[in-house]
Design a protein. Structure first.
Length: 287
């Protein structure tokens, strides 16, 4: 889902529709046109996509023989994925190289807290659900607060219910399903997380199957400020990919999938991008 721009600098999103249904030739022509127009393409897609879509993306990349197409599939629920894609669209307006921008997605996922309030967890398979929660799910009126990322959490909503949240200031986006009503996020969760702004958006079409029920309100807390995102990304050491030569952050090139020779030669990596518990308070101007 392509979210509305966060600010006037957020670049537009290009949605690749019906990849598993359209002729292969059309997919090839469309991707080739994007590469020729923009130079590099970062495809952000869900791990819950049908196998046919994933296969088509890899086929297109292979047939075009291009190392300028990055396929990024973070383990996030639909609304969290949409937020991450918008953050990358924000950063695309800055002076970041394509490799650093593509690598930034892995870093920024650490700062996204994504979950939902569900009316049932009987079909939830994204987060561990014990037998007690399954039994309570059959009680009329039961609601459950669930965190899918960064660490799975599940509580039955009641007077003492609480979910562990981020240790830094965030904004929150909420998407309500048409078959379910709950004000727990606005009245309880957001204040307990010290959310600095709450907005609503439409529910992604992929959300009901991802969460296993249409009775849900999905939420995601994130860093909204471009200056903070830019500072986080540029504070990480950059290096050149030894295979394709593009600048990256972290231990793996998102474009060619090559890992650092240091990583290949050691069973346990010694240099990896680690999430910070709190982002810096001073802000830089994104250039």
């Amino acid at each position: 889902m392509a979210l509305p721009p966060q600010d006037e600098r957020t670049v537009p999103a290009i949605v690749l529709k019906d990849l598993d249904k359209e002729p292969l030739e059309r997919s090839l022509l469309g991707m080739r046109a994007l590469v020729e127009q923009y130079g590099h393409v970062i495809v952000v897609c869900s791990r819950a996509l049908p196998t046919a879509v994933e296969r088509r993306l890899h086929t297109v990349r292979s047939l075009l023989e291009s190392d300028r197409i990055a396929l990024f599939r973070p383990d996030l629920p639909p609304l969290g994925l949409a937020v991450l894609a918008r953050q990358l669209r924000q950063l695309a307006s800055c002076d970041l190289s394509p490799g650093v921008l593509a690598s930034a997605g892995r870093l920024l996922t650490h700062y996204i807290h994504a979950g939902a309030v569900l009316g049932s967890v009987t079909k939830l398979d994204r987060v561990p659900v014990d037998l007690k929660a399954h039994a309570k799910s059959w009680v009329p009126g039961s609601q459950f607060g669930v965190i899918a990322h960064p660490e799975p959490q599940l509580v039955r909503i009641g007077p003492e219910a609480a979910l562990k949240g981020p240790e830094f200031g965030t904004a929150m986006l909420v998407a309500k399903g048409p078959q379910f009503q709950s004000d727990w996020i606005a009245t309880t969760l957001a204040p307990s997380w010290n959310v600095q702004g709450l907005r609503e958006t439409r529910l992604p079409a992929e959300s009901p199957p991802w969460w296993g029920t249409p009775k849900l309100v999905e939420f995601c807390s994130f860093l909204p400020d471009l200056s903070v995102l830019y500072q986080l990304v540029t504070s990480v050491r950059q290096s050149s990919c030894h295979w394709c030569g593009i600048d990256v952050i972290g231990d793996r090139c998102v474009f060619c999938s090559a890992t650092s020779p240091l990583i290949d030669n050691q069973p346990q990596p010694q240099t990896r991008t680690q999430p910070r518990k709190q982002y810096p308070q001073n802000q830089l101007t994104a250039g």
